[in-house]
Design a protein around this ligand. Structure first.
Ligand code: PA5
Ligand code: NI
Length: 184
């Protein structure tokens, strides 16, 4: 007699039981996202960098979207696989990320270009305030999966970050190296 809500499968981080939208983002979709563009071009374009599953719910004012991002392990010219990253089109709208499996970093950056990195692991909770761009980075050799909840009206603004974030994260000598970059 009870309604069965959507679920996260703990082992895989996959969303289940809900009507879902799915989107894969591949190496070929990420032109200009990694520091070493020629290294990106040398990789197989069809290789999937991340998959997003989103519950098909209402986009109306006041409603929330829920999605899971599965960010695969890998590097482009030493730079860890990451999501494209975005501000919300409605800049004041925030978001919550919740780590499900794997480990990595959440890169947050305000409109003044000040950036910070939060550690993501199974169970970590990330409060992304309004006016804050966000990008997931997989620094491990496992899949990094994180659930996100955001307002249906938030929208995505990718163009505002076309010059990139001010921090980039690389693997050097089997260590995580954070580099500040000049985008002007
Ligand atoms: O809502 C979010 O912030 C996430 O669901 C992202 O959209 C997802 O991680 C994919 O990243 P991007 O939209 O930057 O390609
Ligand atoms: Ni977002």
């Amino acid at each position: 007699p009870f309604i069965q809500p959507p679920q996260v499968e703990w082992a895989s981080g996959a969303l289940a039981k809900g009507p879902l939208l799915r989107k894969s983002t591949r190496i070929r979709d990420l032109t200009g996202v990694f520091a070493d563009e020629s290294a990106r071009q040398r990789l197989a374009g069809e290789h999937v960098v991340y998959d997003v599953e989103i519950l098909a719910t209402s986009p109306a004012e006041g409603e929330l979207y829920t999605g899971v991002t599965h960010l695969y392990p890998g590097r482009v010219g030493g730079e860890y696989f990451m999501t494209r990253g975005h501000f919300h089109a409605r800049r004041e709208q925030g978001e919550v990320y919740f780590g499900l499996r794997g480990s990595g970093l959440l890169l947050l950056q305000n409109e003044q270009g000040q950036a910070r990195l939060e550690s993501v692991c199974a169970g970590s909770i990330h409060i992304i305030p309004g006016f804050t761009a966000h990008r997931l980075i997989n620094t491990s050799s496992e899949v990094l999966s994180a659930l996100a909840v955001w307002p249906g009206v938030a929208g995505h603004d990718y163009a505002a970050l076309a010059k990139g974030f001010t921090l980039r994260v690389f693997e050097e000598n089997q260590q995580i190296q954070v580099r500040e970059v000049q985008n002007d």
